[in-house]
Every structure is written in structure tokens, then in C-alpha cells.
Design a protein around this ligand. Structure first.
Ligand SMILES: Cc1cc2nc3c(=O)[nH]c(=O)nc-3n(C[C@H](O)[C@H](O)[C@H](O)COP(=O)(O)OP(=O)(O)OC[C@H]3O[C@@H](n4cnc5c(N)ncnc54)[C@H](O)[C@@H]3O)c2cc1C
Length: 415
């Protein structure tokens, strides 16, 4: 045998060994993936996006509002734009446990008169004696003339002090993490960190073995909320993988020291870092970021039941293939606004019934525009409406939430 043939034989033998080794590793990995996948399917009923009926109020939840006192205020970001408010009940009775990811609704009596209703996510793990919300101050939008800053967030930052009393509705919401052991990826943009922080703290406290990733996108370190807490949890729990993504780092900030990745949280980054596992994804952040992430995850083959998201603003962001209530509306539907004496044919492209009312010059009080706060609840005297996603606020029978419904038949609304 020539030296060349011997060399070829040895190379072939090495390649064969490498192939056998890789094949073995892949089959082990695949088996583990299938086990996790099967376990996830067994709990699929619980982990799918729940319907309105499935989320009943937590035991001990109160009706209407309960009075809370601000026990502590904590500035959470170097630029001071995010502040946490720790709330204790005035009656001193134990608090119902909420589901990590849910929110509180505040009915604020404004000093200039009138009431303002706003939702804020609970940002801590459930405790019997206090709740925590973390609120970002919203300045006036730049370059748009003399517009006012955000009313509620400015009120909280400038006027709500330790000792202030607030009227608060019981925890609610369909965006929460389930108790199963499935590995989880939390994706936060800006102030969208708040419900994910609650999920993270709950997981680490109750399921320290569960694999949790947090991708947290901000412009730079000045905006980053709760850095110290996140870093200390990451160094304490080996199964918690923390990734800060800075889209516009400060000149003095360095990748690897102050943050993990330059740029926004992206699907490419997830694909690069995440091993092949049936993760559940929980996303909260600005609309465009969520739209990109959800579409990307769908393209990547992640099933709908494993993609969970919440928008803080209008319910304008929808899945490309809605999973519920896709029935085509009757093209001849007529909408009657009884109090305003207006009767008009429904336009399917109008958006929600709230958008439609506004386009017709009918004024309806609204706030979250996402089915969370109940401000736009309106009496439905005749006809039926359809919700394209289950609303978080449960409208009383005979009423509907205009911001998240469309007419199914001719309808008469007391507006
Ligand atoms: C389920 C849920 C959970 C939430 N959780 C959180 C949370 O944990 N933390 C948090 O900070 N927020 C959270 N939010 C958002 C929060 O509820 C409020 O929407 C937010 O604080 C802004 O309210 P605001 O009253 O301060 O601003 P608004 O007064 O409603 O104003 C909003 C923005 O519009 C601008 N504006 C004012 N007038 C005009 C005009 N004429 N034209 C154009 N722009 C104008 C304001 O300057 C401001 O930037 C959550 C929302 C929901 C629905």
C-alpha cells in the first residue's frame, strides 16, 4: 500500500469516527428534544393562550377598587425615567396571589379634576403584603409642537409620594407564565420588562431548575431598569441566561462589559444563541418589535401556542394568522349609535367599533385601546359583537368593549 493510500485510509477512518460521534450526539439531542416536546404537548392545554373564560379572578380578589398606600418609591434606571411604587393595602388584609405577568388597573383622581384609568403590570413575584408596579415617565413626543407629556405617568412620577393613597382594581390579564417546567425565553423591549420581571422572579423563586433566558433591549445603559437585580440573579442561578441588547450604546459603554450585544433583540440573535429546544416565548415591548419577533418566530416554526405577547398600547398588533374568531362579517351590517342618533353601515376596514365610532365623530371615553382597562365599555342594546382576542377586562352582560370588538350582526350601542 502506498503512503498516499494509507493517508487516505486514515483520513477516512477519522472522518467515519467523527460522523459516528456527531450522529450519536445528534440522536441524543433529538431524543431529549422529543422528550421535552412531548412534555410540552401534555401541558399544551394549560400553556396555550387562554380564553377569557379560563382566567378567573384570583381567590380573595376584590370587586371594584381597593385602597392602597404607597409604602416605598424606588428609582430603577440611571436616567430616572422608571420608578417602582410598592403598594400595601389600607385594610391590612392579605393580598390575593396574582399570576406572574398580570397587571393592576388604577382609577386616578386627577388634581385638575376628572378620573383617569390606566393599567400597570405587576413587576414582582406575588407577595401577601405588597404589590409592586414600575412606571416609565412618558415625555411629550418630540417635534410635534406643544403636546402634553403622559398624564398618568407624569402624575405618578411627580405627585404620587410615599403615603399617597390610590384606588386599585384587582389583578387581571391573560398574559402570564404557566407553572410547567418547559424552558422559557423572555423578550423585553424598554418598559416591557415589567411583566417579564415578575415572571422571571417567580420562576427563579419557585422553579430554580427551570431554564430561563431574558433578552432585554434598550437604547443604552441609562435606560436599563433593574440592572443590579438582574445581574445578581444571573450570577446566582446557573439556569438563568441574561442578555442585554443596546441599540445605541453610549460612547463609554463596551460590549462584553456593559452589555452583551450591540443592536436590537433579533431573531438572528435568538437563533444563534438558543439550543434546539421547545421553548415558550413571552414578549412585551413596542409594537414594531413585537410584530417583528412574533412573525420571525412563526417563520422559524415555533407553534402559536408557544408564542405569548402583550402590548401596552393599542391592540393594533395582531398575529398574521389569527387563531380565533376569524368568521367573515356580514357585509350589510348596520351600526346604530342610539344616544347620538347616528345610524351607519359598518365598514369592515374601519378597525374596531371604537375606531369606527371616532371616524363617525362619536366621542367614547377610552384609555388602553387593548381590552384591558374597561374604559370604553358600552351598553349593547341589540345585536352581537365578536372579539378577535379575548379581552382582559370582563365586560358585564349586555355591554361590550368597543376597542377590541367588531359587529357580528346589526348592533345598537348606547353611545
Ligand atoms: C396591560 C398593560 C400593562 C401596562 N404596564 C405598564 C407598566 O408596567 N409600566 C408602564 O410604564 N406602562 C405600562 N402600561 C402603559 C400605561 O398603562 C400607560 O398607557 C402609560 O403610562 C401612558 O399613560 P399616560 O397617561 O402617562 O400617557 P397619555 O396621557 O395616555 O399619553 C400617551 C403619550 O401620548 C402623548 N400625547 C399626549 N397628547 C397627545 C396628542 N394630542 N397627540 C399625540 N400624542 C399625544 C403623551 O405625551 C404621551 O407620550 C401598560 C398598559 C397596559 C394596557
Amino acid at each position: 500500500m502506498s503512503a498516499l493510500s494509507l493517508f487516505a485510509l486514515i483520513t477516512l477512518a477519522i472522518l467515519l469516527q467523527v460522523a459516528v460521534f456527531l450522529g450519536y450526539r445528534f440522536s441524543r439531542h433529538w431524543q431529549r428534544y422529543r422528550q421535552l416536546e412531548d412534555a410540552a404537548q401534555e401541558t399544551a392545554v394549560d400553556t396555550a393562550i387562554p380564553t377569557a373564560e379560563k382566567v378567573s379572578p384570583p381567590p380573595g380578589a376584590w370587586r371594584d377598587t381597593r385602597k392602597f398606600r404607597v409604602a416605598e418609591r424606588v428609582v430603577e434606571s440611571p436616567d430616572g425615567s422608571v420608578c417602582s411604587f410598592h403598594l400595601t393595602p389600607e385594610d391590612g388584609l392579605p393580598l390575593p396571589a396574582f399570576l406572574p405577568g398580570q397587571f393592576l388597573t388604577f382609577e386616578l383622581d386627577m388634581p385638575e379634576g376628572g378620573k383617569l384609568i390606566r393599567c400597570y403590570s405587576l413587576s414582582d413575584t406575588p407577595r401577601a403584603d405588597r404589590y409592586r408596579v414600575s412606571i416609565k415617565r412618558l415625555p411629550a413626543p418630540p417635534g410635534r409642537g406643544l403636546l402634553p407629556p403622559g398624564r398618568s405617568s407624569t402624575h405618578f412620577h411627580d405627585r404620587v409620594a410615599v403615603g399617597s393613597t390610590l384606588n386599585v382594581r384587582a389583578p387581571a390579564g391573560h398574559f402570564y407564565i404557566g407553572p410547567e417546567a418547559a424552558p422559557v425565553v423572555l423578550i423585553a423591549g424598554g418598559i416591557g420588562i415589567t411583566p417579564l420581571m415578575s415572571m422571571l422572579e417567580w420562576c427563579l423563586e419557585n422553579q430554580p431548575e427551570r431554564e430561563v433566558w431574558l433578552f432585554y433591549g434598550v437604547r443604552n445603559g441609562r435606560e436599563l431598569a433593574m440592572r443590579e437585580r438582574l445581574e445578581s440573579q444571573a450570577s446566582r442561578y446557573a439556569n438563568f441566561h441574561l442578555q442585554f441588547c443596546f441599540s445605541d450604546p453610549l460612547p463609554e459603554e463596551t460590549a462584553g462589559r456593559d452589555f452583551h450585544h450591540a443592536g436590537r433583540v433579533s431573531l438572528d440573535l435568538l437563533r444563534m444563541l438558543l439550543p434546539l429546544k421547545p421553548y415558550h416565548f413571552y414578549i412585551c415591548g413596542p409594537g414594531p418589535m413585537m410584530a417583528a419577533m412574533v412573525a420571525g418566530l412563526e417563520d422559524w416554526g415555533v407553534p402559536d401556542a408557544r408564542i405569548h405577547f402583550e402590548a401596552f398600547g393599542p391592540a393594533s398588533f395582531k398575529r398574521r394568522q389569527p387563531t380565533s374568531a376569524t368568521e367573515a362579517p356580514d357585509p350589510d351590517i348596520v351600526v346604530t349609535f342610539a344616544r347620538s342618533g347616528v345610524q351607519v353601515p359598518w365598514r369592515p376596514g374601519a378597525g374596531s367599533l371604537l375606531d369606527f365610532a371616532e371616524q363617525e365623530g362619536i366621542n367614547v371615553d377610552s384609555s388602553c385601546r387593548g381590552g384591558a382597562c374597561g374604559t370604553c365599555r358600552t351598553t349593547l342594546s341589540a345585536g352581537e359583537v365578536v372579539y378577535h382576542q379575548p379581552p382582559d377586562y370582563d365586560p358585564e352582560p349586555g355591554t361590550c368593549l368597543l376597542c377590541v370588538c367588531t359587529p357580528k350582526t346589526n348592533v345598537t350601542l348606547e353611545a
